[in-house]
Design a protein around this ligand. Structure first.
Ligand SMILES: [Zn+2]
Length: 333
């Protein structure tokens, strides 16, 4: 069955909007047109689109706000911003928002069609698995499964990182957010941040934060904190993951620096080829890596080396299998 791509066009110039609708319609896309920013945000919450194409200047909410809503609700749908040169003041906000492409005005049919086509080509067809890694704080994920995620990246899987809080109060937050972004960039991963309060995770809101992402990206595999951990946020993240990921085929729990001796891994992920990638990811978190002893490269390497004992590999990240999709017997040859 051929999938017909749905495109939402948000443009307040009615005649231009009609023209865009005509151009994209001819290419076989199903096009919806709206002329108002707030209407668009509402629609984005109600319906699923494969591409959002928005003008910058709109009544009631601007194009950046429209794309922010799109990012939140349909994180994997490409977001394209149409702008005349004057839209440059929005450029950095748009890049923060993860806008996929600019389409310069005045519009040209072939340019517009090509940009939509290449934006769609990037998201489809999907070959690999969708992986969701959940961490309570920036750097939790990279310390625990940086090598495993690099292996997923190398295998062509789509990686989404969910950092439930941006860490401790004050000015450090934006820096830690930037560091998490840098690490996500290395992995080619999409980064989502929750607004949970550091050290004060509450189960219900943690479940809601994870459920929202699970619903949007429908992951095949989720990595999360293990239950055996002295940090209350890590334990809450684990408990919340059990509930929020109940429909996910494979759920694996990882070790953190505050995991207790009760942690008993049942899966040993070989990261011998990714150990240096892991160190690169750790180095992205410079504000922590420079002062936290648990992030010392020697400790991280020797920890991975230690777990390697149990699998005959050089470097390993240990995991607890909470649930795993059946893999079936290998075909006899
Ligand atoms: Zn943490």
């Amino acid at each position: 069955m051929t999938h017909i791509h749905r495109i939402l066009v948000v443009e307040d110039d009615h005649s231009l909007a009609r023209l865009i609708e005509l151009w994209l319609g001819r290419e076989g896309y199903a096009v919806d047109v709206l002329h108002d920013g707030l209407d668009a945000i509402q629609r984005i919450h109600e319906e699923r689109y494969d591409v959002i194409l928005s003008d910058v200047h709109l009544p009631h909410a601007n194009g950046i706000e429209v794309l922010a809503a799109s990012r939140e609700v349909h994180p994997l749908a490409p977001a394209l911003l149409m702008t005349a040169g004057a839209g440059v003041e929005y450029a950095s906000a748009a890049i923060d928002m993860g806008v996929d492409a600019y389409v310069m005005k005045p519009l040209r049919q072939d340019d517009l069609v090509n940009r939509v086509r290449s934006a769609l080509a990037k998201v489809a067809p999907k070959k690999g698995k969708t992986i969701l890694a959940i961490g309570a704080h920036p750097d939790d994920i990279e310390i625990a499964i940086g090598g495993t995620l690099a292996a997923h990246r190398d295998a062509g899987d789509d990686i989404v990182l969910l950092c439930l809080s941006w860490g401790a109060n004050g000015g450090g937050q934006s820096q830690r957010r930037d560091e998490a972004k840098a690490a996500a960039h290395v992995l080619g991963a999409l980064l989502y941040g929750g607004d949970l309060q550091d050290t004060r995770f509450e189960l219900r809101s943690t479940i809601a934060a994870i459920e929202r992402v699970v619903r949007q990206i429908q992951p095949d595999v989720v990595y999360t904190h293990c239950a055996e951990d002295v940090h209350q946020d890590h334990r809450t993240a684990h408990d919340a993951s059990l509930v929020a990921c109940r429909s996910v085929p494979t759920l694996l729990a990882y070790q953190s620096p505050s995991t207790t001796v009760a942690f008993q891994p049942t899966r040993f992920q070989d990261i011998s080829d990714q150990i240096d990638d892991k160190m690169t990811l750790i180095a992205c978190h410079d504000s922590q890596a420079s002062c936290r002893t648990y992030m010392a490269p020697e400790l991280l390497r020797s920890t991975a080396r230690y777990w390697g004992r149990f699998s005959g590999c050089e470097y390993v990240e240990p995991l607890v299998v909470v649930r795993e999709a059946a893999r079936g017997l290998a075909k006899a040859s």
